[in-house]
Design a protein around this ligand. Structure first.
Ligand code: F6P
Length: 538
């Protein structure tokens, strides 16, 4: 048996014993529990003490990380080696946010110089737009920005804008992703083309949804401003030939290297809408926060390494305890898009069934992630979280100081997140419920019926990420925390976390079906699909 197989077996054995054990019982049994399971990284606090593992189980998980070569993989990753092996590319998003003077290389090619130059160019462009020095075709300053992109070219910037936007922004930023024409219609509604900048973001500049929306937005500009409307177009892409063909002026094109993966690209010019909307200083602070997490991930021993520990906690649930689903619940309205962002980050990165060598995986891979902002979710899916038949681990994210509003409301918010995590773990025993009902004087027969319904099994694990405030720095650190935890999981599952072949088949079929909906000859389909095409064509 290889060391790795033995380490997996040890983890599985540990999880078997953890199954029937109460998490809450571990605090008395393990005086060191809080000390070992609360870690600080880049000014974030990660509390994994409400996880089902004992400290001995944690040691088994750490042994797995060591046997699985996490440390060596981390070195290859930071060294810019082609960790995206199926596409022969590095995945070097850390270079995008590195402190000035860094020396990152993607497959041996220096990239830090071009990154710094691009950061400077973005800042200058953003300052020009924000100050009004850079004007539109009619001489009006730009006051609205439409960001068009999808997937990794949308989720990150949209999340960052939602998380950090001022109450009264100097530039209003709106995001359009869906090819559903309603999305663009709502985004453009009420806008004056003369003061609107359209930023088209697509790594490939061929994505069907983005190009459809980009053409419609270009038509909207040209209809109002004539050919001069093209001066309102900005392109962010790794495909510079395509951006020129689309009519974007050269000085409005922001490129990036193929070593920037789509779902890891918010730090690149893909985040230009945020540089413009929030200002370059805020964007740079976000990069600095992520860089602080990079430094932590790269240098902290696994025992104190927040991304590694979070990955191991998730793996303990996923692989050890067979829990395929996880909830992510930020108790911060401004972070309500975080679960969607993490869906792509984790499920597109690690939703794989074969290893990087093309062999079937030996273990289940990515959890399905869902969630939304607390406290809203308490009135949506928390019934199931507390009393449903499945145990669904949760990641809670809380922010100590609110950016705005009534501090009393913020304390209510915080009391809820703390209480939910406690309730999920501790539960409420049937005996306690019976005593309560008896004290209220309920008849015995009614107590027999009601008590089981009002019992909470507890033992439902959670991770707790605490941010001091939701500012650019802490947001950058939070996103980098999840990026690196996704990386660690990919290493242990032996998959390539940086490709996404699974999205291709649907794209190809959609093109074929579109031809048929547009009146082309019927293709070969299963009867169910053929019926739908027949019904919707023409
Ligand atoms: O969803 C599939 C995907 O390929 C993502 O990986 C990517 O983020 C998105 O499409 C958008 O791609 P592009 O930036 O090339 O338009």
């Amino acid at each position: 048996m290889s060391d790795l197989t033995a380490a997996w077996a040890r983890l599985t054995e540990a999880a078997k014993a953890a199954g029937p054990r109460r998490i809450a019982s571990l605090f008395d049994a393990e005086p060191e529990r809080l000390k070992r399971l609360v870690v600080e990284a880049a000014d974030l606090e990660l509390d994994l003490s409400k996880q089902p593992w004992s400290l001995a189980d944690l040691d088994a998980a750490l042994a797995l990380a060591k046997a699985g070569g996490v440390e060596a993989a981390r070195e290859r990753f930071f060294a810019g080696e082609p960790v995206n092996s199926s596409e022969h590319r590095a995945a070097l998003h850390m270079a995008l946010r590195a402190p000035r003077g860094s020396d990152f290389k993607a497959q041996g090619q220096p990239v830090s110089g071009e990154v710094e130059a691009m950061r400077g160019r973005m800042a200058a462009f953003a300052n020009g737009i924000r100050s009004g020095a850079h004007k539109g075709a009619t001489g009006k300053p730009f006051r609205k920005l439409i960001h068009i992109g999808i997937g990794g070219s949308d989720f990150g910037p949209r999340l960052v804008w939602e998380a950090l936007r001022p109450l009264d922004p100097e530039i209003e930023v709106r995001y359009v992703a869906n090819v559903d024409p309603a999305d663009l219609a709502f985004a453009l509604h009420g806008l004056d083309p003369a003061e609107t900048l359209v930023v088209v973001v697509s790594k490939t500049f061929t994505t069907q949804e983005t190009m459809t929306n980009a053409k419609a937005a270009r038509d909207w500009l040209r209809a109002a401003l004539g050919p001069a409307g093209d001066a309102h177009l900005v392109a962010v892409s790794a495909a510079l030939k395509e951006t020129a063909a689309f009519g974007v002026p050269d000085e409005h094109v922001f490129g990036f290297g193929d070593w920037v993966g789509g779902r890891y690209s918010v730090w690149s010019p893909v985040g230009l809408s945020c540089v413009i909307g929030l200002g370059p200083e805020a964007f740079e602070a976000m990069l600095a926060g992520a860089a602080a997490m990079d430094a932590h991930f790269q240098s902290a021993p696994l025992e104190r390494n927040a991304p590694a520990l979070l990955a191991l906690a998730h793996i303990f649930n996923r692989n050890g305890l067979g829990r395929p689903v996880r909830a992510v619940v930020p108790y911060a309205q401004r972070l309500h898009l975080l679960p969607t962002y993490l869906q792509q980050l984790e499920m597109e990165s690690n939703g794989k069934q074969v290893t990087a060598l093309g062999q079937p995986v030996a273990h289940h891979t990515a959890q399905a992630v869902f969630g939304d902002a607390g406290t809203n979710v308490q009135h949506a899916f928390f019934q199931l979280m507390h009393q449903g038949t499945d145990v669904i681990p949760t990641d809670f994210i809380a922010v100590r100081h609110a950016a705005e509003g009534d501090p009393a409301a913020q304390r209510i918010l915080l009391s809820n997140v703390i209480a939910q995590a406690e309730a999920l773990m501790v539960g409420k025993s049937e005996a306690a419920v019976r005593a309560e009902l008896a004290a209220k004087g309920l008849p015995a027969a009614e107590i027999d019926t009601l008590a089981p319904q009002r019992t909470f099994p507890g033992d439902r694990p959670s991770a707790f990420v605490l941010m001091d405030r939701l500012d650019p720095q802490h947001l950058g650190a939070l996103l980098a925390l999840y990026e690196h935890k996704t990386f660690v999981e990919g290493v242990l599952w032996e998959i390539n976390s940086f490709d996404q072949w699974g999205v291709e088949l649907g794209k190809t079929l959609a093109t074929r079906v579109l031809g048929e909906l547009d009146g082309g000859a019927a293709g070969a389909h299963d009867p169910s699909t053929a019926r739908l095409i027949g019904k919707l064509k023409g």
